[in-house]
Design a protein around this ligand. Structure first.
Ligand SMILES: NC(=O)c1ccc[n+]([C@@H]2O[C@H](COP(=O)([O-])OP(=O)(O)OC[C@H]3O[C@@H](n4cnc5c(N)ncnc54)[C@H](OP(=O)(O)O)[C@@H]3O)[C@@H](O)[C@H]2O)c1
Length: 214
């Protein structure tokens, strides 16, 4: 239970799911959103809201780009959210307000070197959000997208090309107008607001401490 919502968490690895479940009172579905989007939604049960948060980052400069990297990142950030949303929409017809929140990235509007395939896939996710808003409005489903700045998580704390993550993160913090990196709760509060905002659909909203303006 989080802020009055019953939550179902999904991921491929059981251990982090169980750790999260120990902190939040929530249900778990272990699975891969790329391999089995329909099965995951079916196992999650009837849903009022879908948060497409699964993501992977791959650091790759232009000279190393491959079709495989682009395809892998598109699958997790665009294709899987599209098919999860489709399965979610099919769960029931028009009625009470439901919504989809896609977790995009500031990098889709403010790219940096080494993030080309990721930034491109996240831009596709923002485009998908607008299509979902148009397609699913007749089913009483809204769709919105948050563009987070740099938030401290497993993703940002992992070394990139053997760098020192602490030094990289200190430099990145300075690029945020509010003078600090994000915390997961900064994104969580925006998700909660969108879920409860019945007149907001098709919005792509930076939640980035001002990173996109710096
Ligand atoms: N942290 C940032 O600075 C930042 C900034 C902008 C946007 N974002 C976006 O925010 C979202 C959350 O990222 P995070 O920072 O929390 O990263 P994270 O700590 O690496 O978490 C990513 C989550 O996605 C799950 N996941 C990845 N691929 C999956 C798949 N195929 N099927 C099911 N689950 C999958 C991972 O679990 P398993 O590995 O167990 O599957 C993990 O729980 C991502 O979409 C990311 O792109 C993050």
């Amino acid at each position: 239970m989080a802020a009055g919502h019953e939550v179902v968490l999904c991921g491929r690895r059981l251990e982090p799911l169980e750790l999260a479940a120990a902190q939040l009172d929530c249900e778990l579905v272990q699975g891969d959103v790329v391999a089995d989007p329909e099965g995951i939604v079916a196992r999650a049960g009837p849903l009022d809201h879908l948060i497409n948060n699964a993501g992977v980052f791959q650091h790759q400069g232009w000279a190393d780009w491959t079709a495989d990297t682009f395809e892998a990142l598109f699958r997790v950030h665009a294709v899987a959210p599209a098919l999860l949303s489709q399965a979610f929409a099919r769960q029931r017809g028009p009625g009470a307000d439901r919504s989809i929140v896609n977790i995009g990235s500031t990098l889709s509007v403010r790219p940096v070197v080494g993030a080309g395939p990721y930034a491109t896939a996240k831009a596709a996710m923002a485009g998908l959000t607008r299509s979902l808003a148009v397609e699913l409005a007749p089913r009483s489903i809204r769709a919105n997208c948050i563009l987070p700045g740099v938030v401290r998580t497993e993703m940002t704390d992992a070394p990139r090309d053997g760098d020192d993550p602490e030094a990289r993160l200190r430099a990145l913090a300075d690029l945020h107008l509010v003078g600090r990196l994000g915390q997961p709760a900064d994104i969580g509060s925006a998700v909660l607001w969108l879920v409860g905002a019945p007149w907001v659909t098709g919005a792509v909203i930076p939640v980035d401490g001002g990173l996109s303006l710096s």
